[in-house]
Design a protein around this ligand. Structure first.
Ligand SMILES: C[S@@+](CC[C@H](N)C(=O)[O-])C[C@H]1O[C@@H](n2cnc3c(N)ncnc32)[C@H](O)[C@@H]1O
Length: 312
């Protein structure tokens, strides 16, 4: 993979998201359309949304300093013009009293392709690197810390709950045995153990996939962040504003679905059913395959051009 390919992140369900964002951001009566992106990544969604109209102003958070550095170079013109403000923040810390209210908000959850593909970030079971997995690599416990310190019960809960692995026992026993001699420090060391113990059952599905996903979700407290952030984000919508959330994990989607239902006093889900990527997109971009999109609209309905989307 070349350096440029490593840095690429293809924005998932971009067409659908632009259709949902357009009516609220392009309303001719809205003199100052505002967009909040809680998961900037490589700025793929952000760039296309901000290009819809030069009047749109954006605020974007990412907890990964590398993502912010990349987009601050890519979009330095917007930053200098005061159109775009980037912050090294967790979206859990979003507060409408600090950031103001927005017409359109987006969370594109999970990790970006460059985070996954760069061995040194420690997310990849194919590429050697430190067993890290922190999106914000300036603080917090790494995956290596969890593997070193969790007892049998903690590891069982972790892999069953977050990885949805029904019988992780043999892998856990092997971890507990091997770590007595040598701590787990690298991605390939752990992936190699899982390959050895569990073996390959499904073609194209690495046996470490769900173990690594469980560790990543825990290291970054991803489910907890989603749960804690949605209410403040909904409070950050202008009347008629929309919050779109893209998830890649069934537990995460369930959290979004339930919290959107709980906020009936402020608004409602824009579509009854979850929106999934088209077959064509899933074929072109494997990351899109598990994507699910839900949208919450704050009360005070607008004319909508995205009505066809809810039927998938
Ligand atoms: C899937 S990528 C977003 C990709 C982006 N939409 C694009 O098109 O380039 C997710 C990004 O969100 C960031 N992220 C994940 N959880 C976060 C959190 N709780 N707060 C802030 N950023 C977070 C990750 O570091 C990563 O850069």
């Amino acid at each position: 993979m070349t350096k440029v390919e490593k840095e690429l992140h293809v924005p998932v369900m971009l067409k659908e998201i632009l259709e949902i964002a357009s009516p609220v951001l392009l309303d001719p009566e809205n003199e100052s359309p505002r967009y909040f992106d809680g998961t900037l990544g490589r700025g793929g969604h952000l760039s296309e949304i901000m290009k819809l109209d030069s009047r749109i102003k954006g605020v974007a958070f990412d907890r990964d300093p590398e993502a912010l550095e990349y987009v601050s170079n890519l979009r330095s013109d917007w930053i200098q013009d005061g159109r775009l403000l980037l912050k090294h923040s967790n979206y859990v810390d979003f507060s409408p009293s600090t950031e103001g209210l927005f017409d359109f908000m987006l969370l594109d959850l999970g990790v970006s392709s460059p985070q996954l593909d760069e061995g040194r970030r420690g997310f990849s079971f194919y590429h050697e690197g430190p067993l890290d997995m922190r999106m914000d690599n300036t603080k917090g416990d790494t995956a290596a810390d969890l593997i070193a310190n969790y007892d049998e019960e903690d590891l069982t809960t972790l892999f069953q709950k977050y990885g949805e692995i029904s019988r992780p026992y043999r892998v856990i026993r092997a971890i507990l045995h091997d770590r007595k001699d040598k701590p787990f420090e690298t991605t390939r060391q752990l992936a190699g153990l899982i390959e050895r113990v569990d073996g390959w059952h499904r073609k194209g599905h690495h046996p470490a996939t769900n173990y690594f996903m469980a560790l990543r979700l825990k290291v970054n407290e991803e489910l907890d962040s989603t749960e804690r952030s949605l209410r403040p984000l909904i409070h950050g919508l202008k009347p008629g504003g929309r919050l779109a959330v893209l998830t890649f994990h069934s537990l995460e989607d369930r959290i979004v679905k339930n919290l959107f239902k709980d906020e009936e006093e402020l608004g409602s889900p824009l579509f009854k059913k979850v929106i999934k990527p088209t077959w064509e997109e899933s074929q072109k971009n494997s990351r899109a395959r598990s994507a699910k999109l839900r949208v919450f609209e704050r009360g005070n309905h607008r004319v909508d051009t995205a009505q066809g989307l809810g039927s998938t």
